[in-house]
Design a protein around this ligand. Structure first.
Ligand code: UDP
Length: 312
């Protein structure tokens, strides 16, 4: 029975990954320091005796004597608001946290999967973005702490692969949404749904003409599972190529919630990327993966989740 360690396992993505790995028969060690993670995301997993929680900040060294077959490094603040509030923790978990988990993987002979991001492409000058694109990142802007930490993390993973022969995987995650997103994490999906459910104006930043491509969490987790079990060491984009403007997205949320909310235009945050769409040809080719869940269906499930929080 494989043993998998998931850093950031109590976060939005991490908790869904823990759940999937348990379902696949793995024993799962969830490691989290609860800076942005939430115990409620994993409460239901404790009834499984193959699940264990370790409260630890992975930016500091972590040692143990267990056998660990897989390490999935997902710990990091992940919303622009979070990394504005936690810039140093964001840099540390992407750099020191990656180094610590790679060291652990080397000591245990584990397979290693890094959660990277479409943010490595910055404000992209190529559209859609293939893995071969090197990106357009401002290292000293407010988003630089996340973008550069993840770029460093990718470089570190490749170095461990090349120097130590570690079995590595890198996933570049594009905007993902679903149940267990924090209602106040500041990202567009929770913001718009929360605002729509309360009948408050939806806060569209800039003119709303910037684009994003949203992937439902179950599709992402399927991609992670396939990547983990593949033999592809380099980065693979996982995301849903269906692209829309933020204004169109706001209108979609208003319609799906049946809300009477209006739109309130606000200032565009510094370095907000103008476009973002994954080129998923590589994922199709090497993983046979593509997204299956349509936006209306995924948003429907997510809106239900946010409703259940409000009535709780
Ligand atoms: N955004 C918005 N209103 C909000 C939150 C975000 O218009 O209340 C915009 C933001 O400016 C960006 C897009 O939605 O263009 C996605 O933002 P998010 O923070 O979700 O993630 P990003 O893709 O920027 O990392």
């Amino acid at each position: 029975m494989p043993v998998s360690l998931v850093t950031g396992g109590a976060g939005f993505l991490g908790s869904h990954i823990c759940e999937r790995l348990l379902r696949e028969g793995h024993s799962v060690i969830c490691l989290d320091n609860f800076v942005t993670g939430n115990i409620k995301n994993i409460d239901h997993l404790f009834e499984n005796d193959r699940f264990a929680l370790v409260e630890h900040d992975i930016s500091t060294p972590f040692h143990n004597d267990w056998t660990i077959d897989n390490i999935l490094h997902f710990a990091s603040p992940a919303s622009p608001i979070d990394y504005l509030e936690l810039p140093i923790q964001t840099l540390k978990v992407g750099s020191l946290g990656t180094h610590n988990t790679l060291g652990l993987a080397r000591a245990h002979g584990s397979r290693y999967l890094l959660a990277s991001t479409s943010e490595v492409y910055g404000d992209p000058l190529i559209h859609p973005q293939p893995e071969s694109y090197w990106g357009n990142v401002n290292p000293v802007g407010p988003r630089g702490v996340y973008d550069e930490a993840k770029r460093f993390a990718e470089a570190m993973v490749m170095a461990y692969h090349r120097v130590h022969g570690l079995e590595t995987r890198i996933i570049r995650i594009f905007n993902t949404y679903g149940p267990r997103m924090r209602p106040r994490d500041g990202r567009v999906v929770p913001n718009f749904i929360r605002q729509a459910l309360k009948g408050e104006p939806l806060t569209v930043y800039g003119d709303g003409e910037q684009t994003r491509s949203f992937c439902y969490v179950d599709d992402l987790v399927e991609g992670i599972w396939r990547l983990l079990n593949s033999d592809n060491p380099g980065p693979v984009n996982i995301g849903n190529p269906t692209e829309m403007t933020i204004l169109q997205f706001a209108e979609e949320i208003i319609q799906l919630t049946g809300s009477g909310s209006t739109i309130d235009f606000r200032d565009l945050p510094v370095d907000d990327p103008k476009t973002r769409q994954p080129d998923i040809r590589l994922a199709r080719e090497v993983l046979g993966w593509e997204p299956r869940i349509a936006l209306t269906e995924g948003l429907g499930r997510t809106i239900e989740y946010f409703r259940s929080l409000e009535s709780a």
